[in-house]
Design a protein around this ligand. Structure first.
Ligand code: SF4
Ligand code: SF4
Length: 432
């Protein structure tokens, strides 16, 4: 009888500088826990430096040497034996940590009060007012995109596309989603995110928000309404026609930016099954329908001065905000990175991804071309597709990939050892 062959799990040995770096990160996270206590009120800047400062220094000390002492590209070095990135104990701990953070942020922000005080000094410089839970969130979100973005760039430095794309998501997160909204408040202007549009930022086309923006002195509020409408209904279709949905999902969007940086170690956990593809279509287009109906209902209510659909409109808006805006996009969308991969929200819940996906499928010059004769069926491309697309099955048939869900991250192309896959734009009729 054949004896089972024992699996040899390759050992990983950390070098001294790596151990020291990780020790800094661990101490930083411990201090983050301490910063939740009243001690932060006495030493806010000290606690900030001991928590965020140590995490940043440790993470950078770990990541920066990757630029010269590790070969670029994805290597399967223990990735499926690593508890952190393969749903092991540490992966579950990470999921509980992320999920718990979002639950506290949305529903128990008072528990973060002392930690929020550690960022008062920065909020004062940027916005002229004390920090709140959303400033704290924006700060850590941006820090995560920047640090893990550097890791992403070090890892994929052989690919010009990956380098430029990662710089782009860092730029839009730091500039358009953190610094600019803060500075607008400093100069007594409405807080506005120029890189988010309806239907993702659904309230930007709600009558209450529009009326409030238009009523602001100086005319900037009116420009914001104009910007939001033009980006949603004119610029988005045009840009998607030329470049596919990648111009937004992989280059601009903050949710995509976090997925591509903080979520990168988990990208291989996306489910590639046909069942998952089916659920994805029902789910993401269901959310798009929900936001369209919600927007229509609040407008009907507003135009009829509350005579039609009065309380119904408020219910729609509240349910959408709670279930989709908070629970799905935050708690599940990021909290489940270590369990379901990095694009859970983009794949199953984002209405903007659904809208862009329809445009990409039927009205875009974007496609991934495949040179099937060169494919050795290694499966790298499917493994690391964060959107759960079985890229290999297209490559084996030499068939172009035109999928609504593809965010054009280009990782399939970057990990292909045979140069089979190319992200291209060209006439629509030549796609299939
Ligand atoms: S098919 Fe390729 S480019 Fe598209 S989402 Fe998957 S890995 Fe990214
Ligand atoms: S990574 Fe390249 S060679 Fe490997 S299965 Fe995909 S297309 Fe084929």
């Amino acid at each position: 009888m054949n004896q089972p062959v024992p699996i040899q799990i390759p050992l990983v040995t950390l070098r001294l500088h790596q151990k020291l770096s990780l020790a800094f990160v661990a101490i930083g996270f411990l201090m983050l826990g301490v910063a939740l206590s009243p001690i932060s009120e006495q030493y806010p800047i000290g606690m900030f430096l001991l928590s965020s400062g140590l995490i940043t220094i440790g993470a950078l000390a770990y990541i920066m040497p990757m630029w010269y002492d590790r070969k670029p590209g994805i290597k399967h070095d223990r990735i499926f034996f690593n508890s952190f990135v393969n749903r092991g104990v540490w992966g579950w701990i990470a999921a509980v940590f992320f999920t718990g953070f979002y639950v506290v942020l949305y529903w128990f922000p008072e528990r973060l009060e002392y930690l929020i005080r550690t960022t008062d000094w920065l909020s004062g410089i940027l916005r002229n007012k004390p920090a709140d839970q959303w400033f704290l969130y924006g700060f850590y979100y941006t820090l995560a995109v920047m640090i893990m973005g550097l890791r992403m760039m070090a890892k994929n430095r052989h690919s010009r596309y990956q380098l430029i794309r990662t710089v782009s998501v860092i730029f839009f997160q730091l500039g358009f989603a953190f610094l600019l909204p803060g500075l607008l408040q400093k100069f007594n202007q409405p807080e506005f995110y120029f890189s988010y549009f309806w239907p993702l930022k659904y309230n930007y086309l709600f009558p209450n928000d529009i009326n409030w923006l238009v009523s602001q002195p100086g005319g900037l509020g009116t420009f914001m309404v104009f910007w939001g409408a033009v980006m949603s209904f004119i610029a988005t279709p045009i840009l998607t026609y030329f470049f596919g949905k990648r111009w937004y999902c992989s280059w601009v969007c903050g949710c995509g930016g976090l997925a591509e940086t903080l979520g990168d170690p988990y990208r291989h956990l996306s489910d590639k099954s046909l069942r998952s593809w089916k659920i994805e279509r029902y789910s993401v287009y269901g959310v798009l329908a929900f936001v369209v109906i919600t927007t229509a209902v609040v407008w009907i209510n507003s135009l009829s001065n509350g005579l039609m659909l009065g309380s119904v409109s408020a219910s729609f808006s509240n349910v959408y905000g709670f279930v989709i805006g908070a629970l799905f996009s935050g708690v599940i969308g990021v909290g489940f990175y270590p369990l379901m991969g990095s694009r859970v929200w983009c794949r199953f819940g984002c209405p903007m991804a659904a809208y862009l996906g329809i445009l990409q499928k039927y009205f875009s010059r974007f496609r991934i071309t495949t040179n099937g004769g060169q494919c050795i069926s290694c499966g790298n491309c499917s493994t690391y597709c964060e959107m759960g697309i079985d890229v290999r099955s297209y490559a084996q048939r030499g068939q172009n990939i035109v999928r609504a869900s593809c965010v054009g991250c280009g990782i399939c192309s970057a990990v292909c050892p045979r140069g089979v896959l190319n992200l291209e734009n060209g006439p629509i009729h030549s796609r299939q």
